[in-house]
Design a protein around this ligand. Structure first.
Ligand SMILES: [Zn+2]
Length: 290
């Protein structure tokens, strides 16, 4: 028995979540992830809480369709789990690094305004979140700091549960050309994250390998996923117990199996930013999943 997980997706903005056709969304996601599939919904606030708590919005919008497990929502009709998470931009040596905190309680909100790397790791540990290094080889990843600092490996890697060996929206840099910001795609970043994992983490630390869509739209959910060799979670399981069991399984997931797919068009649109991005994304969403 296996399940598919994609623990890093931003869905849409909180406003858009309020207006989603949830039946269509859920059937789309359950087709991608299959029975017992698990998707992580993450916020990514940088400077304000304007885009706050997408999980909270989804929970309100889902109403009676979902069973509230506190750390997650279970949708019985589609046999699908949505786990609450947050992607946090932390500061290390004056630079921005992203961390994934997954499996938070409904009412828990991580500090998002530029906490230090160490503070965010400690905070996540206090909440019992699963901590992930997302797009580790990207400019906003942790890998480049670890690669030149043996001491840092020993102090921070014990906090982590998962290492993103593949991210469907990773890029090396974004360049400004006139008014338009253009992302430069660099697929080798994922290879680098996987190689680093194989050589420095797989046998040395209790950290599992995962692939993530990192999508910013519904249509990207489940385009990349990790297959875990476990039976589906029983819907009656306690919410905290489910997260802890999931954490143990992920930590032991050293020989990665699953699907990896670049969402190049979405990545390009994500690089544009602002209202233009939202407009284009809406068009693309209509084409892909509605
Ligand atoms: Zn992300």
């Amino acid at each position: 028995m296996t399940i598919r997980i994609d623990l890093h997706n931003h869905f849409a903005s909180a406003d858009e979540i309020r207006n989603l056709n949830l039946d269509k969304v859920l059937s789309h996601v359950s087709k991608k992830l299959g029975p017992g599939g698990i998707v992580g919904i993450v916020n990514f606030p940088r400077t304000s809480m304007k885009n706050k708590d997408r999980y909270g919005e989804l929970k309100k919008h889902a109403g009676g369709r979902a069973i509230d497990k506190n750390y997650s929502l279970y949708f019985p009709e589609q046999d699908l789990w949505v786990v609450k998470g947050q992607e946090v931009p932390v500061i290390y040596r004056g630079e921005e690094v992203h961390l994934l905190h997954m499996g938070l309680r409904s009412e828990t909100h991580m500090t998002f305004q530029r906490p230090s790397l160490e503070n965010s790791l400690e905070e996540g540990k206090s909440y019992g979140s699963m901590i992930g290094a997302d797009h580790p080889a990207d400019i906003t990843g942790i890998q480049r700091f670890l690669a030149r600092d043996e001491g840092l490996k020993k102090t921070i890697l014990p906090y982590f549960d998962m290492w993103g060996i593949f991210d469907g929206e990773v890029w090396l840099m974004r360049k400004k050309m006139g008014e338009v910001v253009v992302p430069i795609l660099w697929p080798f970043l994922n290879n680098s994250a996987k190689e680093y994992y194989e050589e420095n983490i797989k046998l040395q630390y209790s950290i599992g390998a995962v692939a993530e869509s990192d999508g910013h739209s519904i249509s990207e959910i489940g385009t990349s996923y990790t297959i875990l060799d476990i039976p589906k979670f029983n819907p009656d399981i306690d919410g905290e117990e489910m997260i802890n069991n999931l954490r143990i399984t992920i930590k032991n997931n050293k020989d990665w199996k699953g699907k990896r797919k670049y969402n190049i068009l979405h990545t390009l649109i994500h690089g544009i930013g602002g209202k233009k991005e939202n407009k284009l994304r809406k068009l693309l969403e209509r084409y892909y999943y509605t």
